[in-house]
Design a protein around this ligand. Sequence first.
Ligand code: MTE
Ligand code: CO
Length: 390
Amino acid sequence: AGEGDPAILEVQDWTRYLGDGVQARPYGVPSEFEAHVVRRDVEWLTAATESSVNFTPIHELDGIITPNGLCFERHHAGIAEIDPADHRLMINGLVDQPLVFTMEDLKRLPRENRVYFLECAANSGMEWRGSQLNGAQYTHGMVHCVMYTGVPLRTILGEAGIKASGKWVLAEGADASVMTRSIPIEKAVDDCLVAFMMNGEALRPEQGYPLRLVVPGWEGNMWVKWLRRIEVGDLPWHQREETSKYTDLLPNGKARRFTWVMDVKSVITSPSPQMPISHGPGPLVISGLAWSGNGRITRVDVSLDGGRNWRRARIDGPSLPKALHRFYLDIDWDGRDLLLQSRAIDEDGFVQPSKEELRAVRGENSIYHNNGIQTWHVKPDGSSENVEVS
Ligand code: MTE
Ligand code: CO
């Protein structure tokens, strides 16, 4: 801003007139100037909106928490609109005492607060055979991270009593897809939550109101929304979502059974195709997200030249296991082309692979579990494009 700036010299309307009073917006909404920050879908991706996906606008967000209204949605049969008074959670199968909980019953059990990312196994799936979608929202936006409040699944199963033969649980949703997934009992009693709140308020209908399963670090498909039943069994059920879907087809024609953990991954959210650099050379904040289903992110490196040289980025904000991490690299931009990449390393020592390394192992038939390194070609005019380098 410089001399003769009307933003300084003139009295603005918002200074001249009284604003809206309290209660003008009993449930707050963002400024009208942020109206472009919304979930978006890709129309050609699916035939119908009821079995579709939209994407978190990660390029516009900062920090590690996703606002509830911007969490991406993935539905197999649309959003179930459930009156909590009519919702029940049944525990049955290999238990000493089958039980049915009302929402009121669940809210009388000891609860916990935990921050976790949820990533759909299909996130970045459209990029398997080459760069395709122009924007971090579309290439990496099937992820969100919120604080859940819920009852450990361990507590609920403990009330019913797991029989010695009980080795697996089947989680079942109440929506029209009646989505089901098998989960090994070790995970069920480790860190799974039966959650009813996100970011301090009730779950949104899109996210499974009034009840969803939280399966930290594991693929989003297992996080059954509108959760209505947990069955204990001795073997996995091999339902649709764990056989014909959400399995990874390898080059030899065999499909991998059960790929649960979401591997270490990162992406630069700004600058990116939807977030051009709006200023000239000089100070530039490069920002992005990193996460791992194994636990914490210990390090993120950023390359400005397509992976030849790497600089260590600065992780800022809470570093919580199985949660998004925010990183920054503050540079002095010379105004020239950049081939921006980020590479994350997790506490188990896993290093995010290049897309070439990933394809060498997995071939090109996959959709799910693409955690390859993303490249943005930033141009002198500040715009950027989704590219691949080799
Ligand atoms: N649970 C039910 N009952 N129905 C669904 O369609 N979609 C799954 C999972 N749980 C789904 C579901 C998939 S594939 C993902 S990635 C996550 O929910 C998405 O959660 P979100 O919509 O809160 O982002
Ligand atoms: Co999914």
